[in-house]
Design a protein around this ligand. Structure first.
Ligand code: NAP
Length: 186
């Protein structure tokens, strides 16, 4: 369905398509200094693989709307949520509350009604469930492509229907670790 809106998926995706680990409700890598979790203490690449994706994510989404699933919301440390200076929209069938800068919605239809009234850009920020859900409405993807396979069991959906239009380094210091990829629908 086309809503005539700018709806962009934004994700960090490993070479093998992995975006997360279900049981940990975490990403298998560390993004800048943002995430702190005991899991990292056991992760052999903890020190060596730290693409600074968080700055890119903040710069891109700031001032706009971010849509996420309840599990992704839960994965954000409490002190960082709602994500500042952005309207946070969270999908959940079981949690229904709202506050300054964030609202829970119980259905995709409710979110689409909200989107229709928005002038801001809409960023779909995961996880797997929510990327899948909004695949038909999204008209662009901004992917931080990590140059490495990771173990995990949460994946970005199939991208066969998308065309790569641009690729650039994530940042000078991190160019060996990750690239930014921009896609439009074929
Ligand atoms: N690499 C990346 O860029 C990136 C980005 C985001 C997340 N992640 C990773 O992805 C994983 C989480 O993804 P996930 O797919 O397991 O979970 P998710 O998409 O973040 O959230 C799933 C939840 O969304 C709610 N939901 C789903 N469909 C719904 C519907 N039709 N109506 C209302 N609510 C609905 C449900 O919440 P309730 O259970 O409350 O009903 C469901 O449990 C984590 O590992 C996270 O670290 C990675």
């Amino acid at each position: 369905m086309s809503l005539d809106k700018n709806i962009i998926g934004i994700a960090a995706v490993a070479q093998n398509g992995v975006i997360g680990i279900k049981e940990e409700n975490e990403m298998p890598w560390r993004c800048g200094e943002y995430v702190s979790h005991p899991f990292w203490n056991n992760f052999k690449d903890k020190q060596s693989f730290r693409p600074n994706d968080m700055k890119h994510f903040e710069d891109t989404t700031m001032g706009n709307v971010v849509i996420m699933g309840r599990k992704t919301w839960d994965s954000i440390p409490e002190k960082y949520r709602p994500l500042k200076e952005r309207e946070n929209i969270i999908l959940s069938r079981r949690e229904q509350f709202s506050g300054e800068g964030f609202s829970f919605y119980s259905s995709k239809e409710g979110v689409l009604d909200f989107i229709k009234k928005q002038d801001k850009k809409i960023f779909v920020m995961g996880g797997e469930n929510i990327y899948r859900m909004f695949m038909p409405e999204m008209n662009g993807l901004i992917i931080t492509r990590l140059h490495k396979d990771f173990e995990g069991d949460v994946y970005f959906p199939n991208m066969d229907l998308w065309t790569l239009t641009n690729r650039k380094p994530l940042g000078n210091a991190d160019s060996e670790l990750a690239s930014l990829e921009y896609y439009v629908k074929k």
